[in-house]
Design a protein around this ligand. Structure first.
Ligand SMILES: Nc1ncnc2c1ncn2[C@@H]1O[C@H](COP(=O)(O)OP(=O)(O)O)[C@@H](O)[C@H]1O
Ligand SMILES: [Mg+2]
Length: 348
């Protein structure tokens, strides 16, 4: 049988470049080489395309990639492939742009298509879809940074110009602590938890360095629970995972630099809550018109039995120790089998 020519694209132009190197190289080393002819493609932070020759090095977040050779013509390089797995986290990878390129080239690819990718990458728009789906989530305010002014974006999308001080004053209806997030954030980059007006002001300015859309959210008290979904039409939910961050929230440092952060698989809770989380994960995935796979993140308050959705990640971390593959491993699907499933879903 002829091998499937599989492109793995990793790296990329987002703030999650380094995380993607770890995910991408991990996928490359776990693929069944009898089945696939693997074409690793690395995109540098400034958007140059390279081929990558897999080494035995296992990358950690922050390591520089080696063994790369520039690709003269990325388009003709891609056209030779049967299917592509973009393991690019964040902007230009998880937001529909690479998906758009692959659509244009008529190359099947793993994961969500353009619309679901772009909605899910933008926290403000994800919220609008979840609202429509009736899925409970944190109360929030949506600000836009326009040149040096701010606009409060109302529920009907009308914009009211306000000063930063006024924005902070209005946001205080949410009660401290308030999470301030760039709308397009990933890996917690640009996110701060503000406990005073002064901190909120700084946090808004800081978030504005990453995106011109900024979300202010009330804090949700509850366990941080994640669920993996897999499928195109018939979507399955995995067992649940739990995050125990080492920090006061799951910040970039707590995610990648702090060994004290722990993940638990599978997370135990009352059966009815567990069942609801799984149903909501599939519902949220369908609501954004997801395909292939995603990790859906929640806060679960066991006392009040309330489940709040936090976000949906359409290209979740994919190292061997990442939550997404580990949830499936616990549900009986090994890392390599999972890759096979994702690739066959892409080719359907
Ligand atoms: N409304 C909230 N209430 C409580 N914790 C939150 C809230 N929003 C975010 N967090 C914390 O911040 C982390 C990162 O926020 P998140 O929205 O998931 O951004 P990212 O897309 O960068 O992962 C979460 O994992 C959680 O620990
Ligand atoms: Mg998150």
């Amino acid at each position: 049988m002829e091998k499937i020519k599989l492109g793995i694209i990793f790296g990329g132009m987002s703030t999650e470049h380094d995380v993607s190197i770890v995910s991408g190289t991990s996928v490359i080393s776990n693929l069944n080489k009898d089945k696939y002819e693997v074409f690793p493609i690395y995109i540098s932070k400034d958007g140059e395309w390279y081929t990558y020759k897999a080494t035995n090095i296992s990358y950690k977040v922050g390591d520089k990639i080696s063994n790369i050779t520039e690709i003269d013509n990325p388009i003709s390089y891609l056209k030779n492939l049967d299917v592509v797995f973009p393991i690019l986290h964040g902007l230009y990878g998880e937001d529909g742009s690479i998906q758009g390129l692959l659509e244009l080239l008529k190359i099947p690819y793993v994961g969500c298509h353009i619309l679901s990718s772009s909605i899910s990458m933008d926290k403000a728009y994800t919220k609008i879809i979840f609202e429509k789906a009736g899925i409970k989530q944190a109360n929030y305010l949506y600000l836009k940074l326009l040149e040096n002014k701010y606009a409060l974006v109302h529920k009907d999308f009308s914009e009211e110009l306000i000063t930063l001080d006024k924005a902070c004053e209005i946001a205080e209806i949410l009660k401290y602590p308030i999470f301030v997030k760039p709308s397009n954030s990933g890996s917690s980059v640009g996110i701060r938890k503000a406990t005073t007006r002064e901190e909120m002001k700084e946090a808004i300015k800081y978030a504005g360095q990453f995106d011109s859309k900024i979300l202010l959210e009330e804090q949700i008290i509850g366990r941080e629970i994640e669920c993996a979904v897999l499928g195109n039409e018939d979507v399955k939910a995995s067992c649940l995972g739990e995050i125990l961050p080492s920090d006061s929230f799951y910040s970039f440092d707590a995610k990648y630099n702090n060994a004290e952060s722990k993940t638990i698989i599978s997370a135990k809770m009352k059966e009815n809550l567990e069942k609801q989380v799984k149903e909501l994960a599939v519902k949220a995935f369908k609501a954004v018109d997801g395909k292939g796979f995603a990790r859906v993140d929640f806060f679960v308050n066991e006392e009040t039995e309330e489940i709040y959705i936090n976000e949906i990640n359409t290209i979740p971390g994919f190292t061997e120790i990442s939550m997404y593959p580990k949830l499936w491993a616990h549900s009986g699907i090994s890392y390599s089998e999972l890759l096979d499933k994702l690739i066959s879903l892409a080719m359907k």
